[in-house]
Structures are given as C-alpha cells and as structure tokens.
Design a protein around this ligand. Structure first.
Ligand SMILES: COc1ccc(Cn2nnc3c2[C@](C)(O)CC[C@@H]3OC(=O)NC(C)C)cc1
Ligand SMILES: [Co+2]
Length: 366
C-alpha cells in the first residue's frame, strides 16, 4: 500500500504509490440530461482510453494536496513572503520529481494579500512579511507533461474574516457543482453570484455584502496552456458558450468587500509567452538570449522574475520589456480592488470525463 510522507514532506509522490496508480479526485455525476453517460458503453470505453493521461494529472493533484497541507503549517504571521514562496516551490519541485518541462511548477506562486486579488508574487529584494490581519490567496500550480492543476485557497488568521472565506468557499463549490457537459458558462456565473451575494461580513463595525469580482473568471486549461480560451464568469450576464466533454476547467471565484472590480497596479512579477505567437526575428542579442532561456525553462508556462533570478539571469529588464513590446511575452500585473478592501479566493481544477465529472484538486482541506 501507499507509504507515509515525512513531515516536512520530502518523498516524491511517485515513491509513495508503488503501484504508480494515483488517487482519483472527487467524483460528481452530471445533471439529469447528461446522466445517461454514466452507463453508456461507448462513453465508458472512451474513459478507459484516457486513463494514462488522467493518472498523470492525479499525480500532479496529489502533489498539490501534500504541498498545501505542509504550507498551511508554516504560513503564519511573521514569515517572509519570499521565504514562504521558496519553501512552497522547493516542496513542489521535490514531490513532483521536477524534470524540466515534463514535470514541475506550472506558474508562479500567487500569494496576493488583502485588496490584491491575483498575480502577485514577491520580486527580488522584497522584504514583506505576512501579518496577523492579512487575507492571503495561495494560488499555485503543478504540472506533469503540461497537464496543469491550478488550485487556490485563502489563509487568514483573524477570525473576523471567516464569513468572507465561507462565502467564497461556498461560491466556488457552487461553480464546481454547476459545471458539466453542455452547461452554459453564463449559467455558472449566475449561480455563483447568487450564493456569493447571500453572504455578508462585518469589519470594523461596518457590514459588507460580499461581492463577486466581476472581471475575474475561471478558465479552461489545455496542455502547457493555463488559459485555453474559455472564461468561466462569476457573475450573471456572461456568454452562452457551453462546456464540452474532455475539457479541463479551473473554477475559481473571488469575493470582495471592495468594488468587486480589479484593475492592474503595483510592480509586475508574472509573465507568459503568448501561446499563439510563432517565431519572431529578434535583433537585440540580449532579448534573443533571454527568449532562449524562457523557451528552454518555461516554454508557454507562466513564470516570474524570481524564476529568472534563480537561473542566474541578470540585467534582463530591458530584454524583458523588449519581448513584451514585440508581443512575444505578455506581462500580467497584480489585479487589485480598492486599497482598503479584502478579497478571498478558492479554486479547483476539474475534468469533464465522458461519463462524469472529477474534481481533481479536491482534498480533505477544501
Ligand atoms: C502569467 O501567470 C498566470 C498565472 C495564472 C493564470 C490563470 N488565470 N487566468 N486568468 C486569471 C488567472 C488566475 C491567476 O488564476 C486568476 C485571475 C485571472 O482571472 C481573470 O479573469 N483575469 C482577467 C483579468 C483576464 C494566468 C496567468
Ligand atoms: Co489559479
């Protein structure tokens, strides 16, 4: 049977399962008009053909669960944000048996605080320290052969935030339950918003109705492509596009005490190649050299400045700007609500099997 992980974790997940068969995520049936799939022989045969790929994604999901269980024990007031990220990232690298682009970190460790909703991770020389009154969204990804698990949860110490976290957790679980083959994306957004806005939270004597951040969405996921083109809205009024068999989705919701709308602000840490841009002839030697480092180490996966630093890259800011200006890279600045607000997030990755839904990143914690 499976062997036991050490505390702190050190054993690659592959070594914990001698059979090399990794645990399934949470099974959920589809709704009534898709229930026929569960017993369809044709769909069950399709299911058997996908086992090898799903087994890899489940390994990435098990890494995610074990890393986040450990990180919860060290994510306490007083820890440096950079130290927290590096401990999380080194843990992912170890448990996933990091191997170039075939297995490793899928995107930068998001540890956005308070009114910052997403896409924040420390840059070099950041000395910020986690505080008792912080609301931190830990959003990190694991990948095997480009199959990405994108899952996130919110850490807060002051119990005054519990109603906010509860609202977002219930909203995300609603989005996960509503998802399914042929379901319209706009219907998921409406269902999420109804649950989110049924909650309120009191801070400093003021009562807030929790708002969905209307310009943040979940997203479809494809091999080495964190955002594969479909957005899953978290408010009503979205597109009638439907979910399809065989698709992977990151279902994430964000609840806020602010405007419920984010804008780009603060220094950029996150970058990612534009998936659709082909070869572009470059003249600046330093830009050409930096693109080569990015292609070899990240490909079309998202990365951050800290990941360039650890590879020994220096004086790369001009080359990085050049690659963005010509459209090869896109910058992803932090996404912020109003300064005095608080945003919480929960996120799961699910797979739409031919016969049923699987919440791949489900764990005992969330
Ligand atoms: C460059 O590094 C990354 C890392 C993760 C992602 C995955 N993602 N794709 N879109 C989003 C995300 C996050 C980080 O999950 C959550 C927020 C965001 O939602 C959203 O709607 N944004 C709109 C403003 C378009 C993308 C890029
Ligand atoms: Co995410």
């Amino acid at each position: 049977g499976p062997k036991k992980q050490t505390e702190p974790p050190s054993i690659p997940v592959a070594d914990l399962f001698p059979s090399k068969i990794f645990p399934e995520g949470e099974r959920q049936s589809y709704n009534n008009d898709q229930r026929w799939r569960e017993t369809s022989e044709e769909k069950r045969e399709l299911e058997r053909l996908e086992f090898d790929i799903l087994n890899e994604v489940r390994q990435a999901a098990e890494v995610h669960r074990q890393v986040r269980q450990y990180i919860r024990t060290i994510a306490k007031p007083g820890i440096g944000m950079t130290d927290l990220c590096e401990r999380l990232e080194n843990c992912v690298r170890q448990l996933i048996s990091e191997n170039g682009l075939e297995a490793g970190i899928a995107f930068p460790t998001g540890c956005s605080l308070n009114y910052v909703a997403a896409h924040w991770t420390p840059n070099a020389n950041d000395t910020s320290v986690l505080q008792y009154n912080d609301v931190m969204k830990l959003d990190f990804g694991t990948q095997i052969n480009g199959r990405i698990i994108d899952s996130a949860f919110t850490v807060a110490f002051n119990p005054r935030y519990n109603p906010l976290l509860k609202a977002v957790r219930e909203a995300t679980d609603t989005g996960v339950r509503e998802a399914g083959i042929d379901v319209r994306l706009c219907d998921i957004g409406a269902a999420v918003q109804e649950v989110m806005e049924s909650h309120e939270v009191e801070l400093d004597g003021k009562v807030y109705q929790v708002k969905c951040v209307r310009n943040l969405n979940g997203h479809s996921i494809a091999p080495y492509r964190i955002h594969a083109g479909k957005s899953v809205p978290i408010v009503k009024g979205g597109e009638a596009t439907r979910m399809e068999e065989g698709e992977y989705f990151a279902i994430e919701t964000f609840g806020s005490t602010g405007r419920g709308y984010v804008h780009e602000d603060l220094d950029t840490s996150h970058y990612m190649k534009n998936f659709d841009v082909g070869h572009v002839p470059l003249r600046l030697p330093r830009a050409k050299a930096l693109l080569n480092v990015i292609d070899r180490n990240f490909g079309t996966l998202a990365f951050c400045k800290r990941y360039l630093d650890r590879l020994g890259e220096t004086k790369y800011l001009m080359a990085l700007k050049n690659l963005c200006d010509v459209g090869i890279l896109d910058p992803y600045p932090p996404l912020c609500d109003t300064k005095s607000s608080y945003v919480a997030q929960f996120e799961h990755t699910l797979y739409l099997h031919p016969t049923r839904k699987e919440v791949l990143s489900r764990g005992p914690d969330y």
